[in-house]
Design a protein around this ligand. Sequence first.
Ligand code: LLP
Length: 424
Amino acid sequence: MQKGHYIFSGHDTVELARQYATPLYVISEDIIRNNIRNIKSAFEKEHIDYAVNYAGKAFLNTAMCKIIKDEGICVDTVSKGEMYTALKAGIDPQDITLHGSNKSEEELCYALENGIGCIVIDSMYEISVLNELCEKKSRKQNVHIRVTPNIEAHTHEYVQTGRIDSKFGIPIGMALRAAQKVSQTRYLKLTGIHCHIGSQIFAQKPFIIAANNMLELMSNIEALGLDVHELNLGGGFGVNNMTDEELFSVKDYASALKELLEVKCPEIDIPVPKIIVEPGRYIIDNAGITLYTVGTIKEIPYMRKYVSVDGGLFENPRPGMYDAVYRACVANRFEDEPNELVTISGRCCETDTLINDILLPKCYPGDIVAVINTGAYNYSMAGNYNRLPRPAIVLLKGDKSELMVRRETEEDLVRCDEVPSWLK
Ligand code: LLP
């Protein structure tokens, strides 16, 4: 470990860049486990009957599933690909939930054949489709109904999902009808209800209001003579990209929830439900950084200095999609005074700014830049724009480092290409 280098989770990041090449996603298993334990201990401290379903969409691969399994939590999936990954990694099918606003019959069949624990129904239409598929396969299936509780949480419009005007879920006003419809089927068993009000939310209040509305809905469902005992409140716990300071306290959330459950459930005369949460970002975001090598540096006089790195839009589309803001450092000169205002841009044929106007020490080609807190929705949303191979992911545990995903090659890029007969 060299003095003046940026150390992440006990590792010299300049060494990692040298050993594994750049661009490189770096993930710390120790931080992931710590984040999971934070959530577990917050709920355990309040003696809440709970389960954590890690939202795989934030970051999923085989090794990640092994960590999830080892920590004894469950996983929320949204596609056959995510289910396949979780099953292949050895996660108990009962610990897998399937979500999706437009699940294909193929996905539903796959879920049924593999004994997936819970399917979250997202529309009236899905109730009949799933019941018919269950009948064909002579299988009963536990389901939840996803409800939009009409909550507007303050977050980016693209990740606000609790409003009535949403492609997700069934509006709360129609949820009773949906519950009734499920109860009239032969093969579906309604065990709970679900809501997810959005992502990257910092305030506790919208979560508690949503929980309150959902408890009332549970009581109305129970009044129909149905026994629903699980309340899935979704994910969305906000993380702070700009400092290490915690902006969303899971401890406070669990304690506010406990208070609500204690007061509300006796008031509306329902048993206290099992609470399920589905955090993705909170578990993985600060466990990840991305390392880049600086290439071209271009100064537009009196205007801007562009520091180009070997990544960009293809491996982190979030600045472009959500105006996501990141912090970064020059890993090989971590202790130098930041004295130049620059823009870090990617290498795509596009203005793929990664970070606008950031103060860094003077950069030179060959420097290693580390962008911080890139664990969530970077690798999982990466693509091959400009036919660029996706970066490798290295996993850190204690003082060990090993690949969890190898770097794609050009051969991988043409792997699925076919040449129609008339072009041969
Ligand atoms: N549960 C459901 C049903 C969800 O739709 C989501 C996220 C989560 C849980 C996990 O939310 P989290 O705890 O990670 O905030 N690509 C966007 C985020 C989209 C989130 C979609 N749903 C981004 O890069 O910010």
